[in-house]
Design a binder for this molecule. Sequence first.
Ligand code: AKB
Length: 316
Amino acid sequence: MKRIMITGCLGQIGSELVDRLRREKGVDNVLATDIRKPEDHRIVKGGKFEVLDVLDEERMYELAKEFEADTMIHLASLLSSVAEDKPQIAWHINMSGLMNALEVARKLDLQFFTPSSIGAFGPETPKVSTPQDTLQRPKTMYGITKVAGELLCDYYHDKFGVDTRGVRFPGLISYDTLPGGGTTDYAVEIYYEALKAGKYVCPLGEDTAMDMMYMPDAINAIIKLMEIPEDRLVHRNAFNISAMSFTPKDILASIQQEMPEFTMTYEVNPKLQGIADSWPDSLDCDAAAKEWDFKPEYGLEEMTKDMLVKLKAKLF
Ligand code: AKB
């Protein structure tokens, strides 16, 4: 990873990944792209930035070639909840966008990363300690695009020799950029509402367990996986990773440790509940630990403490 082009940079992962890579690899070695260009955004102002619709393969190719990229990190995608509202558009963006990015990687011989998700599993998958290699029959359009994406990335490696790598991200929690349209978004919103309103209405039932991870661990995971020597990898697309598994009741209790006055009520959203119920409760991450030393640092307690401090500084 010396000259890195990233799509979907203004999203939840992209904005923090760009900051980190600009710091570590040099501002001029990172090309940030997104479909929109808010002129006063720090990602737009702070280094190389180009407008790119990932459905435009020709422009993606020209930008990567001109920049002399050696790595493509493809993040642009619709998340699970919004993809259920617009399944046809989600298929188009998630699949054609990925195919375009893989084609650019093949033509220019780029190392390639794209995230998969816990959404790549379905209701028939073992729910607890979900194995790395197991049944994947998701029932959401998001999940279908993620499984197809995993297969496509493996295909580009096996058929064309593209160095494709990926992880199945759990819900990601961060204070910098809000996620948009995911099923796990509640675990971010809850901290905002705790600080702003002192109360939160949760759209999922109190015992709904899902895998989660704090953003610094997610960024570390991307960088670590991309830098591990290829001969260590048995799997490629995509590795189970997770830092914790919790329910709304658990996160409520962890926030109440810091803010005893915080309260939560429940108004279950059937769409979100249905998606969450079809996903694993907890992943087995042994393959990632063995093949590229994956080891997250934050558990629920440490994350809650850090989130509340950082978010307070941001909001007030
Ligand atoms: C979503 O909820 O859609 C994402 C994910 C787990 O992939 N955060």
